[in-house]
Ligand binder design. Structure first.
Ligand code: SF4
Length: 350
């Protein structure tokens, strides 16, 4: 299979392919390759519907580029998160297969694995039977994982590099998770917010927004019976959707969600049950953090961050949600949003 079909993000191969096809921009892609252009949006919509589209078929590279452009047009962290998770799983499958081929001695595969890792900003050295990764890069991409096997003290280290012996299943699993996270963070960073692209994708933009709303509603049923889930502000709904979609949400995001849910009446058990959908969930650690935030073990109830803080942390999503309430000058805190909307919905103070 063509290397770009498996790793469509490779810089050198991607630039060469674009040169050969004479493509210079998204309008060019739409005009010269209309099927691939439309397919890029269709793949994203299909993922939003919970389907598992086949993304390895013909035109994979151009479809991938179009999907990224579509996500830039939508400028929505929940939709981007869903797509990134899907791509991340595909990358893991290809990488695992290539590592198997490399371990069995197939020529040239070690160089390919090393090149893929470099394009994921991992300056790894691939030398049978080990893959060595600089300590700082290793810790950056494994910090989400709480299991002890990811900790640095569990790994051999030499010359500033963490050594993963790929003959061992545990090391292969650690490697697979690290590569997934490296790819997810590169992809998320690459998908810029360019709302002006929306007009190129027409009705697909409206459909994506509708599917996202459906997705959010599906997360607001039984387990959100405390408080008034429909009144949660967009920033809270976005984090819940990201966790439910299997994304490893950053520490700030989890802290915010735990403080918010605690303030609207959720118990530690309720909060833990929501966090338990995260792929890196580890009950002991999560319980300690949640009980610290709620004051059970720290004696201090942490307050919910203000909108300004959430904006600085990249957690405010008012640009992509277009919620008129978030545009009001007085809306300076997510709990203000919650109280106003909950009162409108229930007719009583919360
Ligand atoms: S303006 Fe405030 S309440 Fe609205 S999304 Fe941003 S942080 Fe949340």
């Amino acid at each position: 299979m063509d290397v770009l079909s498996r790793y469509p993000f490779l810089k050198r191969e991607g630039a060469r392919a674009l040169r050969q096809m004479g493509l210079s921009g998204v309008e060019d892609l739409r005009d010269k390759y209309p099927w691939e252009f439309r397919e890029g949006a269709r793949v994203v919509l299909s993922i939003l519907r919970g389907e598992r589209p086949d993304i390895g078929g013909p035109g994979r590279f151009l479809v991938y580029l179009s999907s990224k452009m579509f996500l830039s047009a939508l400028c929505d962290p929940v939709i981007t998160g869903r797509y990134v998770n899907f791509e991340r799983d595909a990358l893991q499958r290809h990488m695992e297969a290539d590592v198997e081929r490399w371990l069995s001695g197939e020529d040239g595969v070690g160089e390919l694995v090393e090149r893929v890792l470099r394009d994921l900003n991992l300056n790894a050295i691939v030398e049978y039977p080990a893959i060595r990764i600089p300590i700082a890069q290793y810790t950056r991409h494994t910090s989400y994982f709480r299991n002890a096997r990811y900790r640095l003290y569990m790994r051999p280290v030499a010359d500033g590099m963490v050594i993963l012996d790929m003959r061992h299943r545990t090391d292969r699993e650690v490697f697979a998770h690290l590569v997934r996270e490296a790819y997810a963070s590169r992809l998320r960073a690459e998908i810029e917010c360019i709302p002006s692209l929306a007009e190129l994708y027409g009705d697909a933009v409206t459909e994506a927004k509708r599917l996202k709303e459906e997705l959010l509603k599906s997360f607001s049923t039984a387990e959100f019976e405390k408080g008034v889930a429909e009144a949660f502000p967009p920033c809270v709904k976005a984090i819940i959707a990201r966790i439910k979609s299997g994304e490893n949400v950053e520490h700030h995001g989890r802290f915010f969600l735990a403080t918010f849910l605690n303030h609207v009446g959720y118990s530690e058990e309720d909060i833990l049950s929501i966090f338990s959908s995260a792929p890196d969930f580890e009950e002991g650690k999560a319980r300690y953090q949640v009980e610290h935030i709620t004051g059970k073990i720290s004696g201090k109830v942490y307050s919910v961050p203000k909108c300004a803080t959430l904006r600085a942390q990249g957690l405010c999503v008012k640009e992509s949600y277009g919620d008129p309430l978030c545009e009001k000058d007085w809306l300076t805190h997510p709990l203000k949003y919650y109280r106003v909307v909950a009162r409108r919905l229930t007719g009583r103070k919360t």
